[in-house]
Design a protein around this ligand. Structure first.
Ligand SMILES: *[C@@H]1O[C@H](CO)[C@@H](O)[C@H](O)[C@H]1NC(C)=O
Ligand SMILES: *[C@@H]1O[C@H](CO)[C@@H](O)[C@H](O)[C@H]1NC(C)=O
Ligand SMILES: *[C@@H]1O[C@H](CO)[C@@H](O)[C@H](O)[C@H]1NC(C)=O
Ligand SMILES: *[C@@H]1O[C@H](CO)[C@@H](O)[C@H](O)[C@H]1NC(C)=O
Ligand SMILES: *[C@@H]1O[C@H](CO)[C@@H](O)[C@H](O)[C@H]1NC(C)=O
Ligand SMILES: *[C@@H]1O[C@H](CO)[C@@H](O)[C@H](O)[C@H]1NC(C)=O
Ligand SMILES: *[C@@H]1O[C@H](CO)[C@@H](O)[C@H](O)[C@H]1NC(C)=O
Ligand SMILES: *[C@@H]1O[C@H](CO)[C@@H](O)[C@H](O)[C@H]1NC(C)=O
Ligand SMILES: *[C@@H]1O[C@H](CO)[C@@H](O)[C@H](O)[C@H]1NC(C)=O
Ligand SMILES: *[C@@H]1O[C@H](CO)[C@@H](O)[C@H](O)[C@H]1NC(C)=O
Ligand SMILES: *[C@@H]1O[C@H](CO)[C@@H](O)[C@H](O)[C@H]1NC(C)=O
Ligand SMILES: *[C@@H]1O[C@H](CO)[C@@H](O)[C@H](O)[C@H]1NC(C)=O
Length: 730
C-alpha cells in the first residue's frame, strides 16, 4: 500500500507525457464550427506572417475580411504644406527633463500636417480579397447572391491541420471548399469541389482595395470606392496561371494565381472596380475540382515562364506540408489536457464548465497566435485580422505578444522576431537616445518596419518597453544556456542597459536614482511631469540591470561599475496606505478613482516579474498582499484590458491563491468569442491578441510553476489536469 502511494506520488512529480494521439483528440474537440458568417471575426488560416480571414464560404465572398502580411505597407503622399513636405522637417517638441530641454517625438501644433502624416504612415495594406463569383445571367454583371441564398452552410476550422473546411449548396447544388495557407510562402490554397464549376458558372473573384486613413480599421480593412487612386494590371495569363499587379503610390505587389483542374480564364477588371474573375472554360478536360494557389508577393514570381509554374510545388504538396506543419506544432509544443477534470464524475458542473472554457481558450489561443503573431516583425495587437493603430506594432506589447512562444516551447516562432527586431531597430534607437542626450539605445513605441516611433506624447514618454530585451534574453538563456545565446543578445543588452543607466537620474537629496519625470507609466493616465518612480518601472529597471550584469559575468566580462551602482541605488518602491502605489507621491491613490483605472501594473512586480534576485531588496509580502486585495476591491476592472486579468492571475498564483487566479482568467470582462478571438471590450476593437498571449503566460505558470515553486498550480478540484513540456517561470 505505502509502496503504491510512494510510487504514485513519485509519478505525480514527473510530468506525464501526453501522446500525439491524445493531443489530436483534445485539439479537434475544440475546432471552431460555424453555420453563418460572423459580423465581427473571420475564421482564419495563416502562417504568422500572412493570414487569410474567411467568411462562411471559406473565402471572402460576402464579408470582406482581411488578407494581411508582415511586409505589405503603404504611404499616402507627403503633405505639400510649406516646411512640412519631408519627414526631416518634423521637429517634435522640447520638454524640461531634469533641468535640460530634451526633444521628444511629439506632435508639434506648428507642424500639424507632417505630425499627422508620421502618425498615419505607413499603414498596413490589405492585400486583397478572394471570393466566389456566382453564376451570371448571360451578361457581365454578377447576380446579387447573398449569404441568405445559400443553403446547408457548415464550416469547421480544423486547427489540428490548419485547414478550413466549408460547404454549402447553391440552388441545390453542393459546393465544398478547403482553405489553407502554406507555412513557407504567402500562398492561399483553395480547393473547390462542385459541379457548378464545370458549367462555367461558379467562379472566383479577386479584388483589391485602397488604404484607409482610420486609426482602427475594423472589422473590415480597406476602401473600395477610391478606385482611381490605385491601379491593377492583369500582367499575364495562360490557361493555368495569371499574374495581377497592384500599385498604390510607391507600393507595388503581385498576386500570382496557379490552378489545377482544367483550363480557366481571367477577365476584368469590371468598369470602375479592381475586381477580376476566374472561370473554368467549358471543355471536356474541365473537372469538377479546382485547386488554386494564390500567392501574394512583394516581388513578382516569374510565373511568365512555364518552367517556374511547373517547378512550384504542386497544390497537393503544399497542402500536405501545411497539415504537417500544424501537426508538428501541436505535438512539439507544451500542452495542457483538462479532459480528466472535465469528464470526472466528481467535478461539479460549474467546474466542468470552467475547465471546458479554459481548455477552449488555451487551444484556440495557441492556434490564433501562431496564425497572427508568429511574425518576423512584432505583431500588431489585432494580428492579421484587421488594423489597429494603422497596422503598426507597439514595442511595449512585444513582451505579451511574443514571450508565450518561449514559455510554450515554440522557440522557432519566438526566434522569428527575436532578437532580430532589436538588432534591426538598434541604429534608430541609438540615434533616439543620442538626440536626447543619453547613452545607449532607447526603444521606441508605436513602430513601423523602418523603426520609426510614431509621434505621440505617450509614445515618446513610455519607458516600460526598455527592459524587455532582458526578459527575452533571460528566458531564452534558461532553455539554452550556451555561448550562442550569450552572443546574440550581447550588443542589444549592452545598449539597452546603457540607456537605462543614463536615464536614471541621481537625486542628490535622497541619494537614490529616480525614474522620471517626465514619463508615462504602464497605466498611461498620469501627469507625465509629475510621474516619478513608478512601482512597476522601478522593479523592472532593477530586474533588467541585474540581467545585464549577469550577462557580462556569464561572458567573463567586467560589469561596468555604473550598472551595479544604479541597480543597487534605485529609489525604493513607493508605498501608500500600506500598498505599492502607481508612483511615488501620487495624490489620492485608492481614494480618487482616476488613479484606480487602466493597467494595475503594481501587480506585475510579482505577477509578471520574478521576485528580486538574492542581494536585491526583497518585496514586502504584506504590502504585496494588501495591494492585490485593494486592486480586487477598488480597481475599475470593467475598464481593464484583458492582459490585466492574466497579470492579476499570475500575481494571485505567486501569492498562493489558485482559485483567485482561475477567477481572473474567467472574469466576465475577459471575453473570447466562439472562435477564440479575444474581445476588445470598452477600449479597443476585437480582437485584442495580448489577451490570448497573456492567458497563455498565466496558464504556463499554472502548469509549470516558477523558480522555488515548481510544478502544477491549479486550484482544488483540478488535480487531474495533465501538463507536458513546461519549464518553470523565472
Ligand atoms: C447553427 O449553429 C448554432 C450555434 O452552434 C446552432 O445553435 C444552430 O442550431 C445551427 N443552425 C443550423 C441550421 O445548423
Ligand atoms: C514611407 O515613408 C517613409 C518616410 O519617407 C519611408 O521611410 C518608408 O520606407 C515608406 N514606406 C513605404 C511602404 O513606402
Ligand atoms: C518656412 O521656413 C522658412 C525658413 O526657415 C521661413 O522663412 C518661413 O517663414 C517658413 N514658412 C512657413 C509657412 O512656416
Ligand atoms: C509638461 O511640461 C512641458 C514643459 O517641459 C509642457 O510643455 C507640457 O505641456 C507639460 N505637460 C503636461 C501634461 O502638463
Ligand atoms: C445586392 O443586395 C444587397 C443586399 O440586399 C443590396 O444592398 C444591394 O444594393 C444589391 N446590389 C445590387 C447591385 O443589386
Ligand atoms: C466611400 O465609402 C465610404 C463608406 O464606405 C464613405 O464614407 C465615403 O464617403 C465614400 N467616398 C466616396 C468618394 O464615395
Ligand atoms: C477559354 O475561354 C475564353 C473565353 O471564354 C477564351 O477566350 C479562351 O480561348 C478559352 N481557352 C481555351 C484554352 O479554350
Ligand atoms: C467557475 O467560474 C466562475 C467565474 O469565474 C466562478 O464564479 C465559479 O466559482 C467557478 N466554479 C468553480 C466550481 O470553480
Ligand atoms: C544554443 O542555443 C541556441 C539558441 O540560442 C540553440 O539554437 C542551439 O541549439 C544551442 N546550441 C547547443 C549546442 O545547445
Ligand atoms: C528628489 O527626490 C525627492 C523624493 O523622492 C523628490 O521629492 C524630489 O522631487 C526629487 N528631486 C528632484 C529634483 O527631482
Ligand atoms: C568563463 O570562464 C569560465 C571559467 O574559466 C569558463 O569555464 C567559461 O567557459 C568562460 N565562459 C565564456 C563565455 O568564455
Ligand atoms: C468615480 O468618482 C466619481 C466622483 O466621486 C463618481 O461620480 C463615479 O461614479 C466614480 N466612478 C467609478 C467607476 O467608481
Amino acid at each position: 500500500m505505502w509502496h503504491l502511494i510512494l510510487l504514485l506520488s513519485c509519478l505525480g512529480a514527473v510530468e506525464a507525457k501526453i501522446s500525439p494521439h491524445q493531443r489530436q483528440k483534445v485539439v479537434q474537440a475544440y475546432n471552431p464550427r460555424r453555420n453563418t458568417s460572423s459580423d465581427s471575426t473571420p475564421l482564419q488560416v495563416g502562417n504568422g506572417n500572412f493570414a487569410f480571414g474567411a467568411d462562411i464560404t471559406g473565402l471572402q465572398t460576402f464579408k470582406p475580411y482581411a488578407t494581411l502580411s508582415t511586409w505589405g505597407w503603404h504611404n499616402f503622399s507627403l503633405p505639400t504644406t510649406p516646411n512640412q513636405t519631408s519627414v526631416d522637417d518634423f521637429t517634435g517638441l522640447q520638454w524640461w527633463t531634469h533641468d535640460r530641454l530634451v526633444t521628444y517625438d511629439q506632435p508639434n501644433p506648428a507642424q500639424n500636417d507632417i505630425s499627422q502624416w508620421l502618425i498615419q504612415n505607413p499603414q498596413r495594406v490589405k492585400l486583397g480579397n478572394i471570393g466566389f463569383a456566382f453564376p451570371r445571367d448571360g451578361d457581365e454583371k454578377d447576380k446579387n447572391v447573398t449569404e441568405a441564398d445559400l443553403e446547408k452552410k457548415t464550416q469547421t476550422l480544423d486547427i489540428w491541420s490548419g485547414v478550413l473546411k466549408s460547404s454549402f449548396a447553391y440552388k441545390g447544388v453542393p459546393v465544398s471548399v478547403n482553405t489553407a495557407v502554406d507555412p513557407d510562402s504567402d500562398t492561399v490554397l483553395v480547393e473547390v469541389d462542385s459541379k457548378l464549376l464545370q458549367s462555367g458558372g461558379l467562379g472566383l473573384f479577386f479584388d483589391f482595395p485602397y488604404s484607409d486613413r482610420n486609426k482602427f480599421d475594423a472589422p473590415f480593412v480597406g476602401v473600395w470606392n477610391a478606385t482611381d487612386k490605385h491601379t491593377t494590371v492583369l500582367q499575364h495569363q495562360t490557361s493555368h496561371s495569371a499574374v495581377i499587379q497592384h500599385s498604390l503610390g510607391q507600393t507595388t505587389y503581385y498576386l500570382t494565381l496557379q490552378w489545377e483542374g482544367g483550363e480557366a480564364t481571367i477577365t476584368g477588371p469590371a468598369k470602375g472596380t479592381h475586381r477580376y474573375f476566374l472561370r473554368m472554360n467549358n471543355s471536356k478536360t474541365t473537372t469538377r475540382r479546382l485547386r488554386l494557389k494564390a500567392t501574394f508577393l512583394p516581388e513578382p514570381l516569374d510565373a511568365t515562364s512555364t518552367a517556374t509554374v511547373t517547378t512550384t510545388p504542386s497544390f497537393t504538396k503544399l497542402l500536405a506540408r501545411t497539415q504537417n506543419w500544424w501537426n508538428t506544432y501541436w505535438i512539439a509544443g507544451a500542452f495542457v489536457d483538462l479532459s480528466r477534470v472535465i469528464n470526472s464524475k466528481s467535478s461539479p458542473s460549474s467546474l466542468q464548465a470552467n475547465a471546458t472554457e479554459l481548455q477552449s481558450r488555451i487551444l484556440l489561443s495557441l492556434y490564433l497566435l501562431a496564425v497572427n503573431s508568429a511574425s518576423s516583425l512584432p505583431p500588431q495587437e489585432s494580428g492579421l485580422v484587421n488594423n489597429g493603430w494603422y497596422g503598426k506594432f507597439h514595442l511595449e506589447m512585444v513582451l505579451w505578444n511574443t514571450l508565450h512562444f518561449a514559455r510554450w516551447n515554440h522557440f522557432p516562432l519566438f526566434w522569428r522576431s527575436l532578437p532580430t527586431t532589436y538588432t534591426l531597430f538598434l541604429p534608430s534607437s541609438l540615434a533616439r537616445a543620442r538626440e536626447q542626450g543619453y547613452k545607449g539605445a532607447r526603444w521606441g513605441k508605436m513602430t513601423d518596419p523602418t523603426g520609426r516611433s510614431a509621434p505621440g506624447e505617450i509614445n515618446s514618454l513610455l519607458i516600460w518597453q526598455q527592459p524587455h530585451p532582458m526578459f527575452f534574453a533571460e528566458t531564452e538563456w534558461r532553455s539554452f544556456p550556451n555561448a550562442t545565446t550569450l552572443k546574440k543578445w550581447e550588443e542589444v543588452l549592452e545598449q539597452t542597459a546603457e540607456f537605462m543607466v543614463y536615464y536614471a537620474w541621481f537625486n542628490q537629496s535622497t541619494g537614490y536614482y529616480d525614474l522620471g519625470p517626465p514619463m508615462y507609466p504602464v497605466s498611461e493616465n498620469t501627469n507625465p511631469n509629475a510621474t516619478i518612480n513608478p512601482t512597476f518601472e522601478l522593479a523592472y529597471w532593477r530586474f533588467g540591470l541585474d540581467v545585464a550584469c549577469k550577462w557580462k559575468q556569464r561572458q567573463n566580462k567586467t560589469v561596468p561599475e555604473e550598472w551595479t551602482r544604479v541597480r543597487d541605488n534605485l529609489a525604493p518602491l513607493p508605498v501608500v496606505d500600506g500598498t505599492y502605489a502607481v508612483y511615488e507621491g501620487i495624490p489620492g491613490m485608492w481614494r480618487d478613482n482616476k488613479t484606480t483605472n487602466d493597467h494595475p501594473a503594481m501587480a506585475g512586480i510579482y505577477g509578471l516579474l520574478p521576485a528580486p534576485a538574492s542581494g536585491q531588496p526583497p518585496l514586502d509580502m504584506d504590502v504585496l498582499r494588501r495591494t492585490a486585495e485593494y486592486i480586487k476591491r477598488y480597481w475599475a476592472l470593467e475598464e481593464s484590458y484583458g492582459w490585466d486579468f492574466s497579470m492579476l492571475a499570475m500575481n494571485a498564483l505567486r501569492l498562493g491563491d489558485e482559485e483567485q487566479a482561475i477567477e481572473y482568467l474567467l472574469h466576465p470582462i475577459f471575453q473570447f468569442d466562439d472562435a477564440g478571438y479575444p474581445v476588445g471590450g470598452s477600449r479597443v476593437p476585437t480582437p485584442y491578441f495580448p489577451n490570448s498571449a497573456s492567458l497563455l503566460l498565466a496558464v504556463a505558470m499554472m502548469a509549470g510553476g516558477w523558480d522555488g515553486s515548481e510544478g502544477k498550480h491549479f486550484p482544488k478540484g483540478w488535480e487531474e489536469v495533465e501538463v507536458d513540456g513546461f519549464v518553470p517561470a523565472m
